[in-house]
Design a protein around this ligand. Structure first.
Ligand code: GLR
Length: 419
C-alpha cells in the first residue's frame, strides 16, 4: 500500500467572537485538510492547522511522500523530517534546538500519520482505535468549553450564541451546551478579566452546576502570586488549574503552593520538555493533542510516559472540524489513563464541516467511538470545495497573520503575565 498521491486543501469556516488572553478569535478559523491516496485505490483523511506558515510546510512534505508504504510510520516520519530542515533556535520557553525542530516536525507529520492510519483501518475493515491497542471505552467524554464572548464580530449580525461577558452570561452559555450536548465537565477560558472576577465566575458555575467537573485556563495570563491566590480561592472547586502562568519555573513555584494539580498545553508541548517538567514537579496533568504531539501513535507513547511518571492525562483542542474530532475520539478511546473529559471546540464549530453528518454525535456529553473502518468519517467533497472557496475569499490567508495563528496554535504565549 504505497502512497501515490496527496491532496492538501486549506479551508476556512466561521468562528464566533470568542475572547481569550491573547485577544479575540478572528471571524474565520483556518484548517488544512490532507487526503492521502494509495496505489491500490484507498484514501485516508487528516486535519491540521491552517495558518500559511504551517500550510507551506505541509505542502512541502506532501510533495515528498509518494512511494512510502502507509504501514511504514518511521519511514514517513523520516521523510517529513527531511522537508523540515534543521534550524536550531531557542523557543519561547527557553528550550533549545531539538525541541523546537521536533515540535515543527511533529506538527507537520501528524495529519499524514492520521491519514495513513485511516487507510490502514479501511484496508483491515477495523476502526483506527483498534490500531492503537484497541478501545478501553466505547464513548469518549468531552467537556463544554466556555468563552467570554462578544455578541458578534464588528459589522456582522448577531450569531446564535449571543454575548457572555459576565458570570450570568457564562452560566447561560454553559446551560446551552449542557442541555444540547449533555456535558458533565466545564472548562472556562479565562485570562480576560481581572482574576477575582473570573474566580467569582467559576464559583457561580459551581453553584449552578454542583455536579460538574470544572476547570479554568487563562493561557498564562497571571503572575505567580496571582496564580497562587486564584488556586487557593478555588480550592475544592476545580479539578485542575490549566496554565495559570508562563514557563516551567513559574509553574513549579505555583504547583508547590496550590491545592490542585496544574495542567498544561503551553509549557510541555514536545517530548523534550518532559524531563524538566517532571523533575521540577511543574505539572500534574498533561493535555495531549495529536496535532502537535506527532499524531496518534506518538500520543499513545506520551500517554504511557505520563502513566510511568505519575502525570494525569487530559486532551487539548483548537478550533477544529470533524476529521480531528474523529481522530481525537479514536485516540481517547485507546488511552487507558485518560483521566478527564477531553476539550473540544465542536459546539462552536459544528455549523459547517468537511465530513458528512451522522458518524459523529454527542450523547450524554460523550462521543461514541465511530464504528466504521478507519476514522469512520467520510469526506463531504462539496463542503470541502465550499470551505476552500471561503478560504480563498476570506483574506486572512494572504496576511499570514501571526496574531491569528497565535490564537489557534497550542503553545502561544502572551508576552508576559497580564495580571
Ligand atoms: O489551552 C487551550 O484550550 C487552547 O489553547 C485552545 C485555544 O487556543 C483557545 O484558547 C482558543 O480557542 O482560543
Amino acid at each position: 500500500m504505497l502512497i501515490s498521491d496527496i491532496r492538501v486543501t486549506p479551508v476556512a469556516f466561521r468562528d464566533p467572537p470568542l475572547l481569550n488572553a491573547a485577544g479575540v478569535h478572528q471571524p474565520w478559523a483556518l484548517r488544512t485538510i490532507v487526503e492521502v491516496r494509495t496505489d491500490d485505490g484507498l484514501s485516508g483523511l487528516g486535519e491540521t492547522y491552517g495558518d500559511l506558515a504551517h500550510l507551506t510546510k505541509v505542502r512541502a512534505a506532501a510533495r515528498r511522500l509518494a512511494g512510502i508504504d502507509v504501514h511504514h510510520h518511521h519511514a514517513l516520519y523520516a521523510a517529513v523530517a527531511q522537508t523540515i530542515g534543521g534550524d536550531v533556535v531557542t523557543d519561547r520557553h527557553g528550550l533549545t534546538g531539538v525541541a523546537t525542530r521536533e515540535k515543527t516536525l511533529d506538527r507537520v507529520f501528524s495529519p499524514f500519520e492520521v491519514a495513513c492510519l485511516d487507510i490502514r483501518g479501511k484496508a483491515l475493515g477495523r476502526p483506527v482505535c483498534d490500531l492503537l491497542g484497541g478501545p478501553v471505552r466505547d464513548r469518549v467524554p468531552y467537556s463544554a468549553y466556555l468563552f467570554y464572548k462578544w455578541a458578534a464580530h464588528p459589522g456582522e449580525p448577531a450569531d446564535e450564541f449571543g454575548a457572555a461577558l459576565d458570570a450570568d452570561g457564562l452560566i447561560a452559555q454553559a446551560r446551552m451546551f449542557v442541555e444540547e450536548y449533555g456535558f458533565r465537565s466545564i472548562k472556562l477560558k479565562g485570562g480576560v478579566f481581572p482574576p477575582d472576577v473570573e474566580v467569582d465566575a467559576v464559583l457561580a458555575l459551581r453553584e449552578a452546576f454542583p455536579d460538574a467537573a470544572l476547570r479554568i485556563d487563562p493561557n498564562g495570563a497571571w503572575s505567580v502570586p496571582t496564580s497562587i491566590d486564584v488556586g487557593r480561592k478555588l480550592a475544592g472547586t476545580i479539578d485542575y488549574l490549566e496554565d495559570p502562568t508562563l514557563g516551567l519555573a513559574a509553574m513549579a513555584e505555583v504547583a508547590a503552593r496550590v491545592p490542585m494539580p496544574l495542567a498544561t498545553n503551553m509549557c510541555v508541548v514536545t517530548f523534550e520538555h518532559l524531563p524538566a517538567a517532571i523533575r521540577d514537579g511543574a505539572v500534574g496533568v498533561l493535555l495531549s493533542d495529536h496535532h502537535y504531539w506527532g499524531g496518534l501513535v506518538r500520543s499513545t507513547q506520551l500517554a504511557r510516559l505520563c502513566a510511568t511518571f505519575g502525570l494525569r492525562l487530559s486532551m487539548h483542542s483548537n478550533s477544529h472540524l470533524g476529521i480531528s474530532l474523529a481522530a481525537m475520539t479514536h485516540l481517547a478511546a485507546a488511552v487507558p489513563n485518560l483521566a478527564h473529559a477531553c476539550d473540544t471546540h465542536t459546539p462552536w464549530q459544528a455549523r459547517q464541516d468537511v465530513v458528512k453528518p451522522g458518524a459523529l454525535r454527542f450523547a450524554d456529553g460523550a462521543v461514541p467511538v465511530p464504528s466504521g473502518p478507519g476514522l469512520g468519517v467520510e469526506l463531504d467533497r462539496d463542503a470541502l470545495e465550499a470551505m476552500h472557496e471561503q478560504y480563498l475569499a476570506c483574506g486572512v490567508t494572504e496576511r499570514d497573520d501571526t496574531s491569528y495563528m497565535r490564537t489557534f496554535q497550542p503553545d502561544f504565549s502572551p508576552v508576559r503575565p497580564r495580571w
